[in-house]
Write a protein that binds this ligand. Sequence first.
Ligand code: ZN
Length: 177
Amino acid sequence: MSNKIRSYPGTEITSEEARAGRYLLTKYAAELKYSWSSGEAISRFLGGLRDGELWGRKCKECGRTMVPPRMYCEICFRETDEWVRLQDTGRVGTYSVSYVNADASRRKQEEPILVAVVEIDGASPMMGILHLLGEVLPDKVAVGMKVKAVWKPKDERQGAITDIRYFRPYRGGPQRT
Ligand SMILES: [Zn+2]
């Protein structure tokens, strides 16, 4: 085997030459369309969001109720067993005061967003939904704070996590449905 770099016929176009306009350039915005399957568990979860419901998946072996749901328990190495309707209340597991939007653009210093992992009532702790907090000032947020989902109106829901606008502070225990 030779370590020599193979050379190919033709002339290399360098970035500098391209920038200098030495070659014909065509610019266009690609319109890329793609779709993918969200799978059995997340499909049901997203359908639940459209209906204003949160659904988790329970593994009877370890007793965990997972949200977002999974069809397979990575701890027990087995399929999960059943669907569990969850409350739309929970607790702040962790949070961040963010001055950056989801598209990485900068926010005004006086208008941060509050990003939190919400541990949903009825699901196992240490797992939860990454979402926004609202109706609360940054210095009033605390880990363990009770929160409740604020849903979009039914006709605006699309089967997406954004069907929940945000979670707001909530006084009171888990609701019974
Ligand atoms: Zn398990």
